[in-house]
Design a protein around this ligand. Structure first.
Ligand code: TRP
Length: 448
């Protein structure tokens, strides 16, 4: 008998803990900034509502039905439906995606740790925009410091995964997540008081269809998968621990809502600071590290809030990164003779090494380009824009074309109208949208 979450909130908190992370605080604002602001935000919101929510339900449903890690789970579900074992490929694709994502995720989480230390040392007091930019550039230019923090973060992640006890982390999550929300609201309050909130809202929400390019659409769709942790099997694993009687639809709705709200608040706050200080929204991956120190440096009790903020973001990244490696480690433990510690060491070591290439691509190797992109950019694009949507597409197709309808219906336990809606979206809308976005870019994808 598998152990299960103690109640529905435990599942919601854990899955939201996986979803809320660097994707919301770091990636969403910088992607919106480089991909045309409101155009990106609009497509992102559409993707979250039309693809993300139904797919969240689908992935949870597959996990709860399978009661196993993604590879063996898909094998079991395929056998149950009398279909080919090739569907196991979804599990392998997810394991690979998780490893590749964590290799750059951990490097950026390292930046957050480093900035937390600087904040605690009072390093942001009275900082101006150009100073913040110079400081970040100097930081990125120092591979030794990046290596140190990447290593610390990987160690923290693998230490939890090696023990296989996430329960302590879950309990901490219950304090940290609301903590992060509160401090974000404090930052938002600061932005309302002294930032350029009007331009920020315009930038993010005034429709401007001229900047909707095929590339921006793909980035926005990919990001909707990334930020919700979809298409990789992480949600499937969490779903496999969900008790029978819990409503999948309602739980999914809360998770998606929380994740989206946090991203939007972070975005509005950061762009208000960007515009008030005459900075560039398109600064790229350094955006929050170049803007937030200015805000913290000016506000009362800024050192305290800044330290708390970076600690809480690091914590959010930690709960996310565990869900990125857990499928790989649990698959190794259940299918090879490795014990959990050894499996964690092997997977963690591989990711740490890949992370070295990523952090060097910000300095020493910044001129090394694969099809026009640095190693960091290429890994990000490959996973976010290709592997996750592909994984999600295959899960959706499996759920509606391969799995027996009665089984899906039994898990989802929706009333007739809602079930038909889920079926329609999962059968036609989501697959068509993903395929169209892919095709639209077929001639353009940077790594082809
Ligand atoms: N969603 C997390 C974030 O936004 C990152 C993440 C965790 C993830 N697990 C995942 C992304 C699985 C894709 C797949 O920070």
């Amino acid at each position: 008998m598998r152990s299960h979450w103690s109640n529905r909130w435990a599942f919601i908190m854990a899955t939201a803990g996986s979803a809320v992370g660097l994707g919301n605080i770091w990636k969403f604002p910088y992607m919106a900034g480089t991909s045309g602001g409101s155009a990106f935000v609009l497509v992102y919101l559409l993707c979250v509502a039309l693809i993300g929510l139904p797919l969240m339900m689908t992935e949870v449903m597959l996990g709860r039905r399978a009661q196993k890690n993604p590879v063996d789970g898909m094998a079991h579900l395929a056998a149950e439906a009398g279909a080919t074992q090739v569907w196991k490929g979804i599990g392998y694709l997810g394991i690979a995606a998780g490893i590749l994502i964590l290799s750059f995720y951990s490097v950026v989480a390292g930046w957050v740790l480093a900035y937390g230390m600087r904040a605690a040392a009072g390093g942001f007091a009275g900082m101006a925009a150009d100073q913040a930019q110079q400081q970040f550039a100097a930081f990125l230019g120092n591979p030794v410091e990046l290596l140190l923090w990447h290593s610390v973060f990987m160690f923290l992640t693998m230490a939890v995964v090696a023990r296989g006890v996430t329960s302590g982390l879950e309990r901490a999550n219950r304090i940290m997540m609301p903590g992060l929300m509160i401090i974000l609201l404090i930052l938002l309050g600061y932005s309302l008081a002294v930032g350029d909130i009007r331009r920020s809202l315009e930038f993010m929400f005034r429709p401007d269809f001229s900047s909707i390019t095929p590339a921006a659409v793909l980035s926005a769709m990919g990001h909707s998968f990334f930020t919700l942790s979809l298409g990789m099997g992480a949600v499937m694993v969490y779903g496999s621990y969900l008790q029978r009687h819990v409503s999948i639809a309602r739980a999914s709705f809360y998770i998606v809502l929380t994740d989206t709200a946090i991203a939007l608040v972070a975005g509005v706050t950061i762009f208000a600071i960007v515009f008030a200080n005459g900075m560039e929204p398109a600064a790229g991956p350094g955006l929050i590290f170049q803007t937030l120190p200015i805000a913290f440096g000016q506000m009362p009790a800024g050192t305290l809030f800044a330290t708390l903020f970076f600690v809480l973001v690091a914590f959010a990244a930690w709960t996310s990164s565990i869900s990125l490696v857990e499928p790989a480690v649990s698959w190794l433990v259940e299918n090879t003779r490795f014990r959990r510690r050894q499996a964690a060491l092997l997977v963690g070591g591989t990711i740490w090494l890949l992370g070295l290439a990523v952090l060097l691509s910000f300095n020493v190797w910044s001129e090394i380009k694969l099809f026009g992109l640095t190693i960091f950019e290429q890994l990000d694009k490959l996973t976010t824009n290709v592997m996750l949507p592909l994984g999600g597409l295959l899960m959706a197709l499996f759920a509606v074309w391969v799995m027996r309808a009665a089984h899906a219906q039994e898990e989802l336990a929706l009333n007739d109208r809602h079930y038909r809606r889920w079926l329609f979206v999962t059968r036609y809308v989501a697959p068509a949208a993903i395929v169209l976005v892919f095709l639209n870019l077929a001639g353009w994808l940077p790594f082809v």
